[in-house]
Design a protein around this ligand. Structure first.
Ligand code: GNR
Ligand code: NI
Length: 164
């Protein structure tokens, strides 16, 4: 087991488009274990591989109160969405910044599970937000991209200064 370093915005690798996983191997499963450990250690409810510098379409999520319901999504895709909801979001790659983002209220999404088997599921509420937030990461997108240029610039400058 190992904790991985989380890249902080505006790190350029957060703009990478992640590659699909071909086959889910033991190597992937070992990496996913470390992703989950890293997410729990950082008290996050989700983590995308790109946030730890790995350009693969892999996401871990746990929105449960007891941190005992790990979801692993490989090659996730949203195939249907409905309605809108607004939630105050944060991101492990944008520390101490919180802002309202508008997203779909309900989604249907498909992915490969840890066994490499295709699964289709529905989600709403916080899980739907989290899946959309994480898939954005896989496409090089960060939640601050939805904010005004002025707010985004302010966040960028603040984080650049802290991480110098
Ligand atoms: O830990 C996280 N909390 C959160 C809160 C509201 C909306 C989205 C999230 S995801 C975030 C973890 C993270 O950065 N995942 O990429
Ligand atoms: Ni994030």
């Amino acid at each position: 087991m190992a904790l991985l370093d989380i890249l902080v915005y505006p790190h350029p690798r957060l703009r990478d488009i992640a590659y699909k996983v071909d086959t889910v191997t033991d190597e992937e499963r070992e990496f996913i274990k470390n992703m989950a450990e890293t997410m729990y250690a950082a008290s996050g409810i989700g983590l995308a591989a790109i946030q730890v510098g790995v350009s693969k379409r892999i996401i871990v999520i746990d929105i449960s109160d007891n941190s005992d319901d790990l979801l692993v999504l490989i090659n996730p895709e949203i195939i249907k969405h409905n309605g809108i909801q607004i939630c105050e979001e944060g991101c492990l790659s944008v520390p101490e910044v919180y802002a309202e983002v508008t997203r779909a209220k309900e989604i249907t999404y498909k992915y490969l599970n840890l066994d490499g088997k295709p699964v289709t599921q529905n989600a709403d509420g916080l899980l739907a937000i989290c899946v959309q937030h994480e898939i954005d990461h896989l496409d090089g997108k960060v939640f601050v991209d939805y904010l005004s240029r002025m707010k985004r610039d302010r966040i960028r400058k603040k984080l650049l200064k802290i991480n110098k």
